[in-house]
Ligand binder design. Structure first.
Ligand SMILES: [Fe+2]
Length: 356
């Protein structure tokens, strides 16, 4: 199978993975052939890319760290929990804990290396927040696992991560939805989501203080340039330092109302470069180790000049996966594809993304 952007997907292509909407509604089933009508429907529902079958990609399987139906279900439930009527009634801490258990069980049993979770373009900022919250919880818990955190600590981290932006529900929607830059005054309003979230979560019975602390301090930076309090270094709780990395990673790899997404490997480079100033060094290193830099199915150009598709991940070297070479260095299309393990190939590595 192969991941393509919706605008590049040809009609008649066979769908390799079932596509769901933000709300968990089935949009298109695996095995169906793509029509113009389907493309309109997918676009309307914010689907920006999908998996299709193609001969070069036969045998490539994309395994999820969290099953797609679980992720979709949790996102729909978070939307329900964070919607204004239920927020006013108070958050059911037990329900949130159950969602974290669901995600954590999948993560711990899959044994997969994490590939990025986004397939949906957010239609508006609220939809983005629900989906983003769940992605951040997964990224944060996977990072925590890479830092040898125990199950109880992972659950606390996941709970804070999934609720980290709940305060945004109390910020003026017109400011959050505004495309383009914010005025200083508007930015001051957005910043308040940290305090609103803290105040809300602190009052919820059974939520735990750690979650409230994460909501409060996930925008703090190691060098003290963050908000709301300008904390620095280890003054910032470890769980908040982890959520800070997960938050920025998901934001930059998602399409937003005002910006298109960046490539996974570019964002990982950015995170590595910001280690020590914006991000906690150990956390940034753990994150970069735990995530696939080039997800399976990514088309790449190698330093040697040959071209191919990422076919498998190497757990300890996520930037050096296995590549199925389909065009050799002389530009000749190979009749028999060659599997190349970049962890074993001295001097050869991925040079660029191949725009096919
Ligand atoms: Fe935030």
């Amino acid at each position: 199978m192969h991941r393509v952007s919706l605008d590049k997907a040809l009609t008649g292509s066979v769908i390799a993975r079932t596509v769901y909407s933000h709300d968990g509604v089935l949009l298109l089933s695996e095995g169906m052939r793509l029509t113009e009508e389907h493309k309109r429907k997918l676009s309307h529902n914010g689907v920006s890319d999908l998996f299709i079958e193609q001969p070069e990609y036969t045998g490539l399987t994309v395994s999820d760290i969290v099953r797609q139906e679980v992720l979709t279900d949790v996102k729909a439930q978070v939307k329900d929990i964070m919607a204004m009527p239920s927020l006013k009634a108070g958050i059911d801490a037990k329900r949130v804990a159950d969602l974290i258990e669901l995600l954590l069980d999948d993560i711990l049993t899959s044994g997969e290396i994490l590939s990025h979770l986004n397939g949906l373009r957010s239609i508006d900022e609220n939809t983005y927040t629900f989906s983003h919250s769940v992605n951040v919880a997964v990224y944060a818990m996977v990072t925590g696992i890479g830092m040898d955190m125990k199950r109880e600590a992972l659950k606390e981290l996941g709970t804070g991560a999934i609720m980290h932006d709940v305060g945004k529900m109390m910020v003026d929607g017109n400011i959050l939805q505004k495309p383009g830059g914010l005025t200083q005054l508007e930015f001051e309003e957005v910043k308040k989501h940290t305090i609103f979230g803290y105040e809300l979560l602190q009052k919820i019975e059974g939520m735990g203080n750690a979650a409230a602390q994460i909501a409060l301090s996930h925008h703090e930076r190691m060098d003290g340039s963050g908000y709301p309090r300008g904390m620095s270094g280890i003054e910032i709780p470890l769980a908040s330092r982890i959520v800070a990395v997960a938050d920025v990673y998901d934001a930059l790899t998602s399409d937003r109302v005002y910006r298109v997404k960046e490539d996974t490997h570019k964002v990982l480079d950015y995170i590595a470069n910001q280690a020590g100033s914006h991000f906690d060094r150990m956390t940034a290193e753990a994150f970069v180790r735990q995530i696939a830099h080039y997800p399976v199915g990514t088309a790449v150009v190698l330093l040697s000049g040959s071209k191919g598709l990422v076919s498998r991940q190497n757990r300890n070297l996520p930037h050096r996966p296995c590549v199925r070479v389909v065009i050799d260095a002389d530009g000749v299309m190979l009749k028999r594809h060659q599997e190349l393990d970049l962890s074993q190939a001295d001097g050869n590595r991925i040079a660029a993304i191949w725009d096919i």
